[in-house]
Design a protein around this ligand. Structure first.
Ligand SMILES: [Zn+2]
Length: 510
């Protein structure tokens, strides 16, 4: 690319501009969109600057992933955590065995196994891990992060503070609070954190993601702050409720920060997951049990009240209908401030009457359509855990959309791909789960911007908005059913090209 001119203008031309059927060009000045229109008109007024040929592709607002775990995904992406996703049981054990040999007595941390895709659908066992790593401590975290298997050496390192009730010492299985207690004892150093953030920013750019809302511990704030503008990824950090006192004591609140790193809401877990069969449901899992509520309603109520009264959005993970009931009930009882855009995360198994109540309470729903693509439909994990009828009622995106409940999409990192999520949102197994691609795209762009209080800056293509852009190889509405096959050709953040897939030509103005 040639030297930027003083004006720092870039004209993207020869392609579609999403939402502007008459336009074929978009002009960026420094970090913002200046105008959208016909190439001839936009070029006429230009003395200098760059020209970028879209090659018939389509320019859209950059994707916003409203629920991701940056550090977690980054540590896998950088190789610090061993990637076990999309592997068979035998492959998982093989990869871990190699790592255990290579690390020579150090902790081996694997992440991403998912027994629901295995023939026997059984969790990894302590015996299996002991066989491949008799001397080094080894933990293998399940894809959903709510459960892990540890070997005997690792079992010895479980901190005393880990809740005993969540540890199955015979099978080497840890759940929920016990998972985080153990995982948090194995900390990457500053360098590993920085590498992880660089790696995850690169991954986001390749996927067309320009902003994220990350569910991350407050202790990761510093690593995110260092070099934040160099990474060119807008981060909204949503810290855990345990850090709330510290944050509010110094007068911080939702929205504080700068264009690269700011505070979102306070993250609270009301229940577990469907995969780990511990989401709080009112009708038992097929394997038995009603799952668990993580907190007494009174405790939840106190947290939400404190947050609400001190200007903090709340972000409450609630998957089962019983957890959803608890969260809605708390908001109803407190009459929380809807202008704080309080969120419920996942919201997978709501009862139909709960939808209306979510709307009346002014709550916002952050959902992950990749979950339906992963685990819903015939012969799926959800059918296995819940039966067909409840699978069919899960993730009712269509109903939520038609009720005009504020809705944003994210991936929870499983996998962090907006195009795959859009596939899930539009091609769910059941009609009540499906949006049109146009509706779904809005949830992956302006939806996330709204949930992060940045809708006047990001999430849409319009003059004056930040130039956070993604170029797809073709207008996505040409072949909506093939959205998962679209290619990200280029990603632009803050007016700067941060990714091209190699085939894109850029040229200076002659
Ligand atoms: Zn999550």
């Amino acid at each position: 690319m040639t030297q930027m001119s003083d004006l720092q203008t870039t004209l993207f031309y020869n392609g579609d501009i999403y939402g502007y059927p008459q336009a074929n060009a978009l002009l960026v000045e420094r970090d913002r969109i200046r105008s959208i229109g016909r190439y001839d008109e936009l070029r006429a007024g230009l003395l200098d600057g760059h020209l970028i040929d879209l090659n018939g592709g389509c320019l859209l607002p950059g994707f916003i992933d409203a629920h991701i775990h940056l550090i977690h995904t980054g540590l896998v992406e950088s190789g610090w955590r061993i990637d076990l996703a999309n592997r068979s049981r035998a492959e998982v054990l093989e990869i871990l065995a190699q790592a255990a040999t290579a690390r020579d007595g150090e902790w081996v941390v694997g992440y991403g196994w998912d027994e629901s895709t295995w023939v026997d659908r059984a969790y990894l066992t302590m015996e299996e891990l002991d066989r491949i790593s008799p001397h080094a401590p080894l933990m293998a975290i399940r894809l959903d992060g709510h459960l892990l298997t540890v070997n005997r050496k690792g079992m010895e390192r479980i901190p005393a503070a880990a809740p005993d009730a969540l540890i199955d010492r015979k099978r080497g299985l840890l759940r929920e609070g016990a998972v985080s207690a153990l995982v948090n004892t194995v900390k990457p150093d500053r360098r590993a954190m920085s590498d992880a953030l660089d790696a995850v920013a690169g991954l986001c750019h390749r996927l067309g993601i320009t902003s994220v809302h990350t569910m991350s511990r407050l202790e990761h704030f510093e690593a995110m702050m260092m070099e934040r503008s160099d990474r060119k990824l807008r981060i909204t950090i949503c810290p855990e409720v345990a850090s709330f006192e510290k944050l509010s004591a110094v007068g911080l609140k939702t929205g504080y920060g700068d264009p690269w790193l700011r505070f979102g809401g306070i993250k609270i877990f009301a229940d577990g997951s469907i995969g780990a069969a511990n989401a709080a449901v009112s009708e038992p899992f097929l394997s038995g049990g009603l799952g668990e509520l993580n907190h007494e309603t009174e405790t939840l109520c106190q947290w939400v009240q404190k947050a609400d009264r001190s200007g903090w959005q709340t972000i409450i993970h609630a998957i089962g209908d019983r957890a959803i009931e608890q969260v809605i009930g708390v908001h109803e009882a407190l009459g929380t401030d809807a202008s704080l855009r309080h969120r419920i995360e996942h919201f997978e198994l709501p009862q139909r009457p709960q939808l209306e109540r979510v709307k009346s309470a002014g709550l916002h729903l952050s959902m992950q359509p990749n979950f339906t693509a992963n685990w819903s439909g015939s012969d799926s994990l959800y059918v296995d855990r819940l039966g067909t009828k409840r699978d069919q009622l899960s993730n009712p995106l269509r109903l939520i959309h038609d009720l005009e409940i504020p809705l944003a999409f994210g991936s929870d990192g499983m996998p962090p791909s907006p195009l795959y999520g859009l596939h899930g949102a539009t091609q769910g197994a059941y009609p009540e789960q499906r949006l049109t691609l146009e509706e779904a795209l809005a949830r992956y762009t302006e939806g996330g911007a709204y949930f992060g209080f940045s809708e006047t800056e990001t999430g849409r293509l319009a003059p004056g908005m930040k130039a956070d852009l993604v170029v797809l190889d073709e207008h996505p509405l040409e072949h909506p059913a093939a959205i998962a096959e679209r290619t990200v050709m280029m990603t632009v953040v803050d007016g700067e090209i941060v990714y091209t897939n190699g085939e894109t030509r850029t040229e200076g103005r002659e």
